[in-house]
Design a protein around this ligand. Sequence first.
Ligand code: ADP
Ligand code: MG
Length: 230
Amino acid sequence: MTAPIIEIRDVTKSYDAGRPALAGLSLDVPAGAALAVLGRSGSGKSTLLNLIAGLDRPTEGTVSVAGLRVDRLTESGSARYRRERIGMVFQFFNLLDDLTVQDNVLLPAQLAGMPAAAARDRAAELLAQLGIERHARTHPGRLSGGERQRVAVARALMNRPPLLLADEPTGALDSASAADVRELLVELNAAGQTILLVTHDTGLAEACASRIIELSDGRIARDVTVAVAR
Ligand code: ADP
Ligand code: MG
């Protein structure tokens, strides 16, 4: 058995003196999994994602991703970790509207110092794979929500991260675009991409997750392995 790509041990996160946002949570996610995290508002989903992304630190416990102790990174180490090891997709895309689609997708490669020719090749490959190559020179503001989310996914995958994190990726989409993004995530996972997805969209969770956990008051209240026929 290979080591899990995400290893969370006894993590507590307290923002203030009140009830902790995460309360002694442990979680192992194997490489290649598609894990969906459900739970009502305030249950700790974004806190969990932020700890995995190294955007915040646990009050207690440890967070390891691909063998790296994310909870112990320095600020620059943490920025580098996000550049090299994880891709992130957000509800509202977080694209730069002043840049073309292509330049948005190229940005992570430039930040990581990838040679320009290799970066252009990688961007072209991703845009083609995601069916948005005809929009390469368009600005994201002119695209539909579903297309914008595809651009965001392309950007997230630019540096070939072992882990793709998505926070409500269909939360701002109409149902047709949501179905489109759902299908894309299923395809990426089928091709081997490990995905951790926070969502309210149970249809999305059921379509693309091999495992669904539900958070309640910072704990795992339900943990279901899904038998997916594909
Ligand atoms: P979810 O994403 O499931 O809605 P969050 O992880 O955002 O939940 O929040 C979990 C709990 O932690 C909530 O009670 C929320 O109010 C609290 N919380 C989240 N972020 C902060 C913060 N930066 N400062 C103080 N409390 C926070
Ligand atoms: Mg949240």
